[in-house]
Design a protein around this ligand. Sequence first.
Ligand code: 0WE
Length: 256
Amino acid sequence: MSLLTDKIGVVFGVANKRSIAWAIAQAWHKAGARLAFTYQGERLKDNVEELAGTFGQDTLLLPCDVTKDEDIQKVFEQIAAKYGRLDLLLHSVAFAPKDALEGEFVNTSREAFRVSHDVSAYSLVALSRAAAPLMTSGGSIVAMSYYGAEKVVPHYNVMGVAKASLEASTRYLAYDLGPKKIRVNCISAGPMNTLAARGIAGFLDMMKHYEAHSPLKRNVVPDELGATGVFLASDGAAAITGQVLYVDCGYQIMGM
Ligand code: 0WE
């Protein structure tokens, strides 16, 4: 009997094998969960299909643009049809227009601000609302955040503001869904070498900075996010909700 035996989960945000969503999905799967995956656009379908396929035939693969209410509705209809219920949801989705992550925050356009918040923060509210009726035995919702939500990280800009909104949304969702035994938490990960991070100027220097300044003197590895994902999904975390758990080798505690 593993920690997540017989649990049903849905994973939003796999793009390729380096995705944080994939690290957590693998850990959930190893712990015994049965998983559905969504993919954003035909562009990513083959990738996600190949990865999800390594789990055998039991998995569902569904398209979902989290800014489309119809897509979200269809995803949960299909989960209801195949499994009849849901226990776990992983939100590992973020987007800000590239130029908004390059210049100064003060120059963020209305449209870049809107899109960033829609994709990266409001989507958690919409997904949680759609998931809740299927979480009939309680549930665990996990979203990914980053330190730029609470402190200024140069160039993280509007993504930091959207992550602040995601973290605050986590608390309000935890309050609303608590009576249904649905817990909602964030994992705030240290920088990871993913598709979303690649191409960000100075990203490798940021990894070196964490190595030099975090108490553990190293960077986080994907398996460690997986293990935290399993913990938050499991009964070990039954009394933890509305929290932001830093999985960052201790970086967040430092004052300098
Ligand atoms: O949340 C993130 C990145 C999310 C992200 C990445 C991109 C790159 C490509 C959102 N939108 C886009 N849009 C694109 O066009 N991280 C925690 C990684 C990250 O991104 C940064 C960071 C770190 C760390 C951007 C600037 C500074 C630091």
